[in-house]
Design a protein around this ligand. Sequence first.
Ligand code: MCA
Ligand code: AMP
Length: 482
Amino acid sequence: MSSLFPALTGGPADRPALRFGDRALTYGQLGAAASAVAGRVRDARRVAVWATPELETAVAVTAGLLAGAAVVPLNPKSGEKELGHILSDSAPEAVLAAPGAALPGPVRDVPRIDTGIDVAGRGPLGERGGDEDPGLIVYTSGTTGPPKGAVIPRRAVAATLDALADAWQWTGEDVLVHGLPLFHVHGLVLGVLGPLRRGGSVRHLGRFTTEGVARELNSGATMLFGVPTMYHRIAEALPEQPELVTALSGARLLVSGSAALPVHDHERITAATGRRVIERYGMTETLMNTSVRADGEARPGTVGLPLPGVELRLVEEDGTPVTAYDGETVGEIQVRGPNLFTEYLNRPDATAAAFTADGWFRTGDMAVREPDGYVRIVGRKATDLIKSGGYKIGAGEIENALLEHPGVREAAVTGEPDSDLGERIVAWVVPADPQSPPGPEELAGHVARRLAPHKRPRVVHHLQALPRNDMGKIMKRALGHG
Ligand code: MCA
Ligand code: AMP
């Protein structure tokens, strides 16, 4: 078994590891604090982590992984329906939470362990868990139904982080800054476990602001990770924030992912700072698949080359591989490699459907290969998957939540282009009583309370009927066009 965190045991104890606001831990302190918590979850198979953007979350996840348990990160803004599903599906033996954090109904039913930061102990007890054992279970939305738990083995975490280290020349000298949530792959695996695996450090902003980015990059941080919405807000702020221009100009690496970075935002950032943004392409199920290399050409609109160890192909509808590197022939991206998840928890049907007979994972993303091998993503197979602010959201789960509102008779959900969020969620609702239709705030609050605030509709249209075909299926393409 190989260690996920060699720097916790092997490196200098006084090196900085984590900083959240004005609270920080060195590797020695993190080793002690995480080992103290790990000692309390030694026998657990799975532990949930109440993943607030705080130091305690990073300690709890490190502790769970040291103990060899599978860590299930929970979005602390999730509503009770979503939390109830995740907890009954993953059945964690304990939930790790910062002392004092108020936990809602479904989470209170799980035995709680407070992750106080105790740096007085002796440090790493040793690391448990085999390479193929599950390290994380991350819930991700599909087109219909509740989110599925992607079971991510420890070897996938190690493989993806080491491939990124190669592509980005990422070392223990790097200091990463970001304000990403800690319950998804981007912020947690890349943004916390990444620096820890390299023996470098991360400064988390608590919440993303352009001021925070400027402050950290101007005081020693070398890399920035963000979703396109964050780079859009940076592009908007650059003309008014000279310190942000200095910050980005001096950074070693600016990386964007989770959704397509609009060419216009990329170009505005380059024009103001002289810097290009490195795009990488990943997925909860696959961790990272491709990236522009640190010493490569960051062409706007492209996500670079397959990472070391990752096999990538494009296939046509009938399964025939696309062999042309012509920048034109579109196929679905399929991947294979040590970066892949093993299964959707308790969903053998969905797992089987996600892979081809010879083990390729069907991403559902459509792309072309350019003559030099760069991948350019051009769309997605499923129109019922929406990417908003870098979050993947299934139209079906929002429709189901809307239908549980007494004022809603029928509902359809679509994604519309949005310059800030990439796509915004739009709800098309047939009210139960046309005389008093539920208002947009009411429906947004309803969805936010049941699922999560980022899944709430930003626009609500009322209709007398939904457009349906002869089979009774809703014709979503007809919505918004009259
Ligand atoms: C608003 N709020 C509400 C309501 N309306 N709360 C309850 N009910 C309501 N009706 C609250 C929100 O909770 C939030 O609270 C605040 O108002 C602002 O919400 P919102 O407008 O949605 O947030 P934003 O500021 O516009 O968020 C933009 C963002 C965010 C910061 C870019 O979308 C974000 O963090 N995105 C990152 C997504 C991500 O990490 N994806 C990775 C998955 P408060 O003020 O308390 O916050 S993809 C992945 O992992 C793969 C592997 C990959 O490739 O990376
Ligand atoms: P998630 O399921 O939340 O992990 O989101 C994964 C999806 O995000 C992928 O299937 C892509 O559709 C999208 N994605 C991630 N990175 C990029 C990128 N750099 N460019 C375009 N789409 C991306």
